[in-house]
Design a binder for this molecule. Structure first.
Ligand SMILES: [Zn+2]
Length: 192
């Protein structure tokens, strides 16, 4: 009984945060061009092979405060506030921390949750799943396989063919449009 109450409370808190107005700098101008340009400025993807492991100070210098809060402190952005929940361009979503390819636009679907949602990652092994029991709720956390940055959670209530819903934070990702894939070195990555 107590567990149920805790779960209900956790749900209510999440709902309340989502209902608040979007705070920070995520406005309409954040959609599209600005979001797409961020990766071009800093293609850390090219500089690292394998794992990316930076110190806390290096991450703080590299990320915006909101990116740091979500990626390195497992935070959650408010629903309907990020740059990608209502974003339908063709390309790939990459990790905002290290540039690793995460999700193709072809696997994105409208979940109605206010967070960008996908049925599967770009390749098996692009993300790592971990058990998460924070806030009194059993969930499966999803982190970037390369830098272990927090991306969101995966739930078993998605559409076919996987039945999975990778519920991601927009701020944890950057977008590389199809026209820029070659230029930025993502030629092997499928967008479908
Ligand atoms: Zn990463």
């Amino acid at each position: 009984m107590r567990g149920v109450k805790t779960r209900m409370l956790a749900g209510a808190v999440v709902g309340l945060v989502g209902a608040l107005a979007c705070f920070g700098t995520e406005g309409d101008e954040k959609k599209g061009a600005t979001v797409e340009a961020e990766v071009k400025i800093d293609p850390i993807y090219r500089k690292y092979e394998g794992k990316v492991a930076l110190t806390e100070d290096e991450w703080k210098a590299r990320l915006t405060p909101e990116q740091y809060r979500v990626l390195r402190r497992a935070g959650t952005e408010p629903a309907f506030c990020g740059g990608f929940w209502d974003f339908h361009n063709k390309g790939i979503f990459v990790c905002a921390g290290c540039g690793a390819p995460l999700f193709p636009s072809g696997k994105k679907f409208d979940s109605g949750t206010g967070w960008p949602s996908f049925t599967q990652p770009v390749v098996k092994g692009a993300v790592v799943e971990r058990k998460d029991t924070s806030h009194g709720v059993d969930r499966t956390e999803v982190v970037c396989a390369r830098c272990e940055g927090h991306l969101g959670h995966v739930f078993p209530d998605g559409p076919p063919p996987t039945g999975l819903r990778y519920c991601m934070n927009s701020v944890s990702m950057a977008f590389v449009p199809q026209s820029k894939l070659k230029e930025l070195g993502y030629t092997e990555v499928p967008t479908e």
